[in-house]
Design a protein around this ligand. Structure first.
Ligand code: BDP
Length: 685
């Protein structure tokens, strides 16, 4: 099916010179090791090359010189061709546990992909295939790559009933009707997609663990979970499970889940032993506790260090990890108490606990203090926990950014977050160095993100939002890659090398975040979405409810005062100079103005426009740009397959139409609230 193979299509090369250049190295594949992951690597290399070249690639254990071969293996694994190309240097290449080296050795006629571990060999194979598919020369390769982040994880928000929380691309590929699917072919194909983009860990069930999923860690489900773990293992991906903090109670075995209770501790220890018997390389637990009505240690007057350490102790003998989410806030806010500002919550809860977590606990922090809005400041927790392992949580699923119906390429947003300067150790203390562990010497750290796939034929619903999944993996591997480079790489792999297609798709992707931002909630204030499903405009949808997601618009002005002096004090959670930059009206960047300040509609931005005129202008412009996206896409007719052309075309049409609804709802609202008319006197409904 179109789109099913995503960026692993490997279309046959058509340029004669190119075919010749690659064929020179494709006499055979030299593979000698028996490991499961190396077998996967060999199968991938075979599949990719055979497709691109239209030949059959034989696997041999040695090379009859002169034929031009590709050797794959670990440095110490006994593959003579690997030893021949890398000599003794292999071990010194510093490829680490997951990195690889690729070298073209003209003398022996071998391209060698070597690594310390089988996983590195697999990543090396995907890298070589990517080079070939995107048109790079392979005649003089001398590459050493290693991932910057050690944990590169995907979180599935899949439920055992087959639904996917915040899923916009169909049902689960893992579950249906309260069982684990018997046919897991798609899970295997998903593992390929993840590994090929560099990912190495997955939590396969929703962080909201309901009654049924509580039993994932019991004998009822464990044999099937082990089956899934086996699939991912072949792709060097570790399996994690989200667990219900109240499991001992929910399963009916104990009457408490108090982390300091001896029976509770023993229960989890026994549970861990049971799990590792079935899945010896089990990754660990992902936990959402005391958040949005999920159970947690607060019930027993314990804090989150007590809560997570108890689980960590159970997993420790087996080398397992506890990934503990910081998305903890009061979802029944009383707005009169400004200190309960939802934006403050994660920092207020976790900052005081710094240093109290065990070494195998990692705090998973959402990129912003609220919840995956199109624009938020960076969570002030990054850089504030020098003595606690931390990792990033992004959301690939576009819950608040168009839900696979609108195009919103999120890599540029993630890049901004990663490049944010926390000043934790003076100027140049970037978030990416916090999450890769280097800033504070964390024992464990990295990236996690909520997946955007489902059982739609093309995985992600909108054909172009596959780029978000791919881009996430590439960025987790190397946060220095540019958003544009990733976009181009993905486009070439997916659509081939028609330059008109490449430049159009790349510019559609690169412009899309800013376009989405311009016709939705303005200047960082966020929300304004329909409650519950979060699609489409509803300016006051959450305004008069308990969730703590306000914009405070009245007839005079709008925005949330989060300054130290007169507001909630959230701005003070940042280190200087960020605290002052955000906390001072004059220096606060325009795009976050309404996140930090309540201002009159006539307040003049750095751009020279008033807030109200900015709202009108961006909403009119956003619609024009969304319409332009549709026209650009339509120009690709005939250059890409008709099914994808139509599918994406329909989505672009819907986006352009829907952007008008956003524009009209927001502009009308602010015209009526402010009573100030548009300087350009355009029609506002
Ligand atoms: C919010 C989602 C909700 C999730 C929650 C979370 O609306 O469905 O359960 O985040 O991250 O974005 O736990």
């Amino acid at each position: 099916t179109i789109g099913y193979e995503a960026w692993l299509r490997y279309p046959q090369l058509t340029d004669v010179l190119r075919i010749e250049a690659v064929s020179r190295w494709s006499g055979c594949m030299i593979v000698t090791e028996a490991s499961e992951v190396i077998a996967t690597a060999a199968a991938e290399l075979k599949r990719g090359l055979e497709r691109m070249l239209g030949v059959t690639l034989a696997a041999r254990s040695s090379c009859d010189s002169g034929s031009g071969c590709i050797a794959i293996g670990t440095f110490s694994g006994g593959n003579e061709s690997i030893a021949r190309v890398f000599g003794d240097s292999g071990a010194q290449l510093d490829t680490g546990a997951e990195g690889f080296a690729i070298r073209t050795d003209a003398e022996s006629g071998i391209i060698a992909i070597g690594a310390e571990q089988p996983a590195g060999v697999l990543y090396g194979v995907f890298h070589l295939l990517r080079l070939i598919a995107t048109g790079a020369s392979i005649d003089e390769l001398d590459i050493v790559e290693r991932p910057v982040n050690t944990i590169r994880m995907i979180n599935q928000w899949d439920n055992i009933d087959g639904s996917v929380e915040r899923g916009y691309a169909g049902q689960s590929i893992f579950y249906e009707n309260n069982t684990i699917k018997s046919d897991l072919t798609r899970v295997e194909d998903y593992a390929r997609l993840l590994a090929s983009s560099g990912l190495n860990a997955i939590a396969i069930n929703n962080v909201n663990v309901h009654h049924h999923e509580t039993y994932f860690i019991t004998e009822r489900f464990l044999p099937d979970i082990a089956r899934i773990a086996g699939i991912f293992r072949r792709y060097a991906i570790k399996l994690f499970l989200s667990v219900n903090y109240a499991s001992p109670i929910e399963t009916g075995e104990l009457t408490t889940a108090d982390p300091l209770d001896a029976d509770v501790k023993a229960w989890w220890k026994a549970k861990a032993d049971e799990l590792y018997k079935v899945i010896p390389d089990f990754g660990g637990f992902l936990v959402k506790a005391d958040s949005e009505n999920r159970p947690g240690p607060f019930t027993y007057g314990r804090d989150h260090a007590d809560g997570s350490n108890m689980l960590a102790e159970a997993l420790l003998p087996h080398g397992g990890l506890v990934i503990w989410r910081c998305f903890v806030y009061n979802c029944k806010q009383d707005w009169r108490d400004r200190k309960t500002d939802r934006a403050r919550a994660a920092y207020d809860h976790f900052k005081p606990l710094d240093g109290r977590f065990m070494d195998n606990v990692i705090l998973q922090i959402k990129n912003g203090p609220m919840d995956f809005q199109v624009r938020e400041p960076v969570s002030p927790l990054f850089g504030a926990l020098p003595a606690t392992n931390c990792m990033m949580e992004f959301q690939i699923a576009q819950e608040y950014t168009g839900q696979a119906r609108h195009l919103c390429y999120l890599v540029p947003q993630w890049k901004e977050v990663l490049d944010f300067d926390t000043y934790a150790k003076g100027e140049g203390s970037y978030v990416k160095q916090v999450v890769d562990g280097s800033m504070f010497g964390y024992k464990h750290s990295g990236f996690a993100a909520v997946s955007n796939i489902g059982d739609n034929a093309n995985w992600t619903g909108h054909p172009l939002t596959q780029a978000n999944l791919y881009g996430y993996g590439r960025l987790a591997w190397n946060p220095e890659l540019s958003a544009a480079a990733i976009a181009e790489e993905w486009t070439r792999l997916t659509f081939g090398s028609d330059e008109h297609v490449v430049s159009t798709v790349v510019s559609l992707l690169m412009g899309s975040w800013s376009i989405y931002e311009s016709y939705t909630a303005p200047l960082g204030v966020g929300w304004m979405v329909s409650p519950n499903h979060h699609y489409g405009p509803d300016v006051d949808g959450y305004e008069y409810s308990k969730w703590g997601t306000y914009h405070f618009s009245d007839c005079k002005g709008m925005g949330v005062d989060r300054t130290l002096a007169t507001g909630t004090g959230y701005a003070g959670q940042y280190r200087e100079p960020n605290a002052s930059i955000y906390g001072t009206l004059e220096s606060c960047p325009d795009e976050l103005l309404l996140f930090f300040h309540h201002v009159p509609y006539t307040h003049v931005l750095h751009s020279g426009k008033t807030v109200i005129q900015h709202i009108y202008d961006t909403h009119f412009e956003g619609v024009e740009q969304a319409e332009q996206m549709l026209r650009s896409w339509n120009e690709l007719e005939g250059r890409i397959d008709t099914e994808t052309f139509k599918l994406a075309g329909d989505r672009f049409a819907e986006q352009a139409e829907h952007a008008k609804e956003w524009r009209d709802r927001i502009n009308t609202y602010y015209l009526r609230k402010s009573g100030i008319s548009d300087a350009l006197d355009r029609t506002i409904y």
